[in-house]
Design a protein around this ligand. Structure first.
Ligand code: SF4
Ligand code: SF4
Length: 348
């Protein structure tokens, strides 16, 4: 049956620390502080039955089938119109219920203070093993990791064994690469795991400013090991999150590309600090957008593949003024020297 819906509302599970939800994309969640589509409130690692799980999932999907849209999904870019099958299964899982981390990034969207971030959360492996046993999770499932730093999460090795090293899932992991994980390295080399490392800098000083830890050399060395011989495809990506007034200069970005080349990384991801764009109601300053585009061109010209992440594709460009040379200069000055938002966000 053809209608507008979303793969994650039908086949997605996202484990938060207190709730089980469909996704972590909800635009309403991001703008209004509401919740993504919630399957179970006050969830704490209990085993799940197929009936219990799909009752709520079907409620959401019924709204889509009627040609409407659940409030939580309004304006979501993931909605697509196509023939949706009726079969009940899970093909995308996100684990984001832990928050412990060994870095302290200036842009971290985790609202907890560093000392409050924790690994002391419910165990997820028994739940996922049970869903697998019931045949609810499909082989080839995408397993996305969020939350804190996965390599120091208590179930990291066991999850990698069960899902990546066994070849059951494709696992996508953002890691800060401060700790090197042998199991993760093996999964990367096998082609069952991909990592994204945001170093956002080309120098030790800028790295320190953004990540607020002294680990630049160690991180570069660890990325080199992950990306070393045996890494078949683009399993290791380096990310540059543009942080207005901190790393938005060409010299820094070119140093970053040099490091990427030296360590053998082939794919570059460019993004903008999500909180900055969120405060602009998911828009990006015209000047910042041009900076991102320019970085992409330079990376491509240097032989890298590139991805422009969510906040470039999702955001509407502020197009209040036509770009002539006068406006360009005016916008540049406004962005660089009178950026109240950046000052407020990054002065803490
Ligand atoms: S439409 Fe968007 S908000 Fe709704 S489940 Fe899909 S990804 Fe999540
Ligand atoms: S590495 Fe990730 S989880 Fe850790 S502080 Fe940085 S953004 Fe947050």
């Amino acid at each position: 049956m053809k209608y507008k819906s979303c793969n994650l509302i039908q086949h997605g599970l996202c484990f938060f620390c207190n709730d089980l939800v469909s996704c972590c994309f909800s635009p309403n969640d991001q703008i209004n502080g509401g919740h993504p589509p919630t399957i179970i409130h006050n969830y704490n690692g209990e085993l799940l039955s197929k009936k219990g799980l799909f009752e709520k999932i079907n409620e959401f999907n019924y709204i889509f089938k009627q040609g409407n849209c659940p409030r939580e999904c309004l304006n979501c870019y993931k909605i697509e119109e196509k023939d949706w099958e009726e079969k009940q299964y899970i093909n995308s899982i996100t684990i984001t219920h832990f928050s412990h981390c060994n870095a302290d990034c200036i842009y971290c969207s985790n609202n907890l203070k560093k000392e409050e971030r924790t690994n002391d959360v419910y165990e997820i492996l028994p739940v996922l093993r049970d869903l697998k046993k019931q045949g609810i999770i499909e082989k080839g499932v995408e397993l996305h990791i969020g939350g804190g730093e996965f390599t120091i999460y208590k179930e990291c090795d066991n999850l990698l064994e069960e899902f990546a090293l066994s070849g059951f899932a494709n696992v996508y992991i953002p890691t800060n690469a401060i700790k090197f994980s042998d199991k993760l390295d093996l999964a990367i080399k096998q082609g069952n795991a991909g990592i994204i490392v945001s170093i956002d800098a080309g120098t030790k000083q800028t790295y320190r400013k953004i990540k607020r830890v002294d680990a630049f050399e160690k991180v570069v060395e660890n990325i080199k090991r992950y990306a070393s011989k045996g890494t078949e495809r683009n399993e290791v990506s380096l990310k540059y999150i543009i942080i207005p007034t901190i790393n938005d200069n060409l010299k820094e970005f070119k140093n970053f590309l040099k490091i990427a080349k030296d360590v053998g990384v082939k794919n570059i991801i460019i993004d903008v600090d999500a909180r900055y764009s969120r405060l602009l109601n998911h828009n990006i300053d015209y000047t910042l957008l041009n900076i991102g585009k320019k970085y992409e061109e330079i990376a491509k010209a240097s032989g890298f593949t590139t991805e422009m992440y969510s906040f470039f594709s999702q955001c509407e460009i502020i197009k209040t003024e036509k770009e002539n040379i006068f406006n360009k200069i005016k916008n540049e000055i406004k962005y660089r020297y009178f950026n109240k938002l950046a000052k407020e966000l990054y002065s803490k």
